[in-house]
Design a protein around this ligand. Sequence first.
Ligand code: HEC
Ligand code: HEC
Length: 262
Amino acid sequence: MLIASWRLNLRPVLLTLLLAAVSLAQDKNPHTSADDVDAGARIFRSHCADCHGLSGQGGKGPDLTTGQFYHGSSDAALLYNISEGISGTAMPSQFFSVDQVWQIVAYVRTLSVKGSAKAPPGNALQGAQLFRSKGCVNCHLVRGEGGVKGPELSFIGSQRPVAQIRKSIEDPNAEVDRAFWMADIILEDGTPYKGFLLNEDTYYAQMLHPVKGLVTLPKRNFRKFEIQKTSSMPSYQGKLQEEEMQNLVAYLWSLQRARRTE
Ligand code: HEC
Ligand code: HEC
């Protein structure tokens, strides 16, 4: 058991050492020819576009066209983040060779458009006030304050492009992450349970209940079991004036990770 886990943990350690060695030896991308960029583009379309958009404009992952990278902007940092992924986030690690990752880095560089990191229109300070007065804070945690009925938004500005942030507010149902599907359960004895469905198999359903926390319920006791794939967030389309919407988006966009400079 001990040996097994030691072996399991070895791969990232070795990879880190390898990458450290590579990036020490080679801080600059050695693969930047037109052919390299083409090869990188092909990998990007098949492995990255799903989250970062076909032209890097962002989606489930951040906009990669701004030329600014929160997790490090040097060639070595990009090489590392694209190989290793970013732990604790949806950004996965990849199994490409170092040469291939350099080709991806070369392509990602071509996506940068100068000046596209401009702040969106709107007043972020007023947006912060709206975030409270419109009740967003009841469901969303921002930097240690707020509710947990929705995802934490502390760094949403570096995780999603502006258009996606706005869309989440106007049309929450457009795309609901599986983690936010709701289970609506009534037990044989009449007890209701409603919360985020975490897991289910043939016999059990596991949910995150807003009051009871993590609960595992045996399905044989269910009188009702419905899964709602719609968002529990209300749509604010038409409930906010255009200026208010812009202020909210400006506020959320301002919630960014500190940038690493190297
Ligand atoms: C499943 C979705 C997903 C896939 C697939 C994905 N990414 Fe990401 N990526 C993310 C998310 C989410 C982040 C933001 C992490 C954070 O900061 O919270 C990210 C961050 C990054 C960053 C760092 C951005 C910064 O500001 O420092 C780079 C560079 C990047 N991705 C490139 C890629 C490349 C290249 C690929 C394909 C080889 C890829 N990603 C595949 C979701 C994804
Ligand atoms: C009743 C709880 C609730 C309220 C109130 C609420 N939200 Fe949400 N919000 C959620 C849930 C749940 C999700 C995740 C499911 C989804 O995608 O809609 C979400 C998703 C989001 C996302 C997308 C997050 C991501 O990771 O892409 C943004 C942005 C957001 N909300 C902003 C707001 C703003 C701004 C307000 C106030 C105007 C607000 N929310 C009010 C529950 C809420």
